[in-house]
Ligand binder design. Structure first.
Ligand code: NOJ
Length: 496
């Protein structure tokens, strides 16, 4: 019935009006406990290199999988665009800095383009101009009392590394940790917060080279194990060679939709969470290490039933289980939305895949206001639920929210984005009041940018950027001014 009403409303007024109609009542959460964030809590914003920098071949930069993919398959990007120029942060970092200062952020999460520093991916060939660029960024941030939070890998793999098979080849473990070691040497005297990988889930399914993945339920699991090993190896390397002197923290950023059960079935929720978060979080942050027992058992069982000799999920083995277990000083979380889950009545798809292994149906609530992207609903209670889940399941590990944000068409008067931020920041505060160890929050994103397969048709920025102009000025949206107030007051102002 609700679905029917939903379709009628969308049909009559268009999806934007539908969103407006429900927002004020349904994108909210009740405040519980203290009304102010702790003094040490850090508010910031996030971006990634390919999405904002442009300068795709400037000053000796090498080619990444995303340069190649967007150039070879423009038809796969909604508006046929690419990140060749994007917001031109390579040329115009000063404008980003002005915006960061205006907001008053305490940290800035950005990523390093591997190919800007090592054009082929291999560390024997260094590009000084790329190094100069990131030195300039880091130094200017610090001069303005903004802590750099650096993601080492946000999907733009050097094609030179992809030629060896990228994340399907265990060579990536050394290739990545060698690259990371160079980053520690170059920038570790000033960068104290490192994120090895952004959203391995997306890296392994489609994120770093959407045309290359052809083995669901097999290739994605091989990729997961290689990401975990590369992460673990990098963490150990830092502890051995740099930690004492540099005193930084290393974590990984995982993306997760929280899940609820309409029938309050805790088993359904636990299973879905063990697959969706646990596959990557459990080996690093659980007390026992390795993949969650239920995941190991179920995938092995279906693999044998499929006529295989062993599990499609490669074993980590004793050596790597130990390296990986405990290899995180914090867990980075990208939270955008949630779903309802229930067990699938029939197997999901004919062929083996991660979806079929998980075997749950995902659903949304028609009362949840939807963004311009069809996957993004405003569900702040999901963020509070997720943080409490992590507190209980992973021994209250330190959590940094490394992304959270709302997508629209780029309007300056973006009240819905304000409502989204307001309710989600309140959800974080509620979780902290309930004992969750959350130490920072990064809004996605500082500026409008290249949204991967959606090109420039979907905008997440607090600042508007006219991609067609040469000046590319950063214009604050209404939400930027709201976020500025959040930061200044360490509270959740009631503006909308
Ligand atoms: C997560 C990714 O890290 C980021 O690159 C992307 O733009 C946002 N999700 C929004 O889809």
């Amino acid at each position: 019935m609700w679905l029917l009403i939903l379709f009628v409303v969308i049909g009559l007024f268009g999806s934007e009006s539908f969103v407006e109609a429900n927002f004020t009542t349904n994108c909210t959460i009740v405040a519980k406990g203290n009304l102010k964030f702790p003094k040490k809590f850090s508010f910031g914003v996030a971006t990634s290199a390919y999405q904002i920098e442009g300068g795709w071949n400037a000053d000796g930069k090498g080619i990444s999988t995303w340069d190649e993919f967007t150039h070879n398959y423009p038809e796969k990007i909604k508006d046929g665009s690419n990140g060749d120029s994007a917001a031109e942060s390579y040329r115009l970092f000063e404008l980003d800095l002005q915006a960061l200062k205006q907001l008053g952020v305490k940290h800035y999460r950005f990523s390093i383009a591997w190919t800007r520093i090592f054009p082929t991916g291999d560390i024997h060939l260094k590009n000084q101009k790329g190094i100069d660029y990131y030195n300039m960024v880091i130094n200017k941030l610090l001069a303005n009392k903004i802590e750099p939070m650096v993601t080492m890998y946000h999907w733009d793999l050097p094609v030179g590394i992809q030629k060896f098979g990228g994340f399907f080849n265990s060579m990536i473990i050394d290739q990545f940790s060698d690259y990371a070691e160079e980053l520690f040497k170059l920038f570790g005297d000033r960068v104290k917060t490192w994120i090895t990988f952004n959203e391995p889930n997306n890296i392994c399914k489609s994120g770093y080279a959407p045309t290359l993945i052809e083995a669901p339920g097999v290739g994605d699991y091989i990729c997961f194990t290689n990401v975990l090993k590369a992460h673990g190896a990098t963490y150990r390397l830092y502890q051995k060679k740099f930690a004492k002197k540099q005193k930084g923290k290393i974590g990984i950023t995982l993306d997760i939709w929280f899940v609820f059960s309409k029938t309050n079935n805790t088993d359904d929720v636990a299973r879905a969470m063990h697959y969706n978060l646990g596959l990557l979080a459990y080996p690093i942050f659980s007390k026992s290490g390795d993949f969650p027992p239920i995941v190991l058992k179920e995938i092995e069982k279906s693999s044998i039933e499929e006529g295989r000799k062993k599990s499609r999920l490669p074993s980590l083995g004793e050596y790597w289980t130990k390296i990986i277990q405990g290899s995180g000083d914090f867990l980075g979380i990208n939270y955008y939305t949630s779903r309802y889950v229930k067990p699938a009545t029939e197997p999901m798809g004919k062929n083996p895949s991660m979806e079929r292994d998980i075997n749950v149906q995902m659903d949304f609530d028609p009362n949840w206001p939807r963004a311009k992207a069809d996957w993004l609903y405003c569900v702040p209670q999901g963020l509070e639920g997720l943080l409490k889940y992590i507190r209980d399941e992973y021994d209250n590990v330190e959590v940094k929210i490394t992304e959270n944000g709302w997508v629209d068409s780029g309007e300056l008067n973006d009240d819905n984005r304000i409502r989204y931020y307001k309710s989600h920041i309140q959800a974080v505060l509620n979780a902290i009041n309930d004992g969750c160890n959350v130490t920072s929050y990064s809004a996605w994103s500082l500026i409008d940018n290249f949204e991967w397969l959606k090109g420039y048709t979907e905008k997440f920025g607090l600042y508007y950027v006219n991609m067609k102009s040469n000046k590319k000025g950063r214009i604050p949206k209404k939400s930027a001014l709201y976020y500025k107030k959040v930061i200044a007051t360490r509270s959740v102002p009631n503006d909308v």
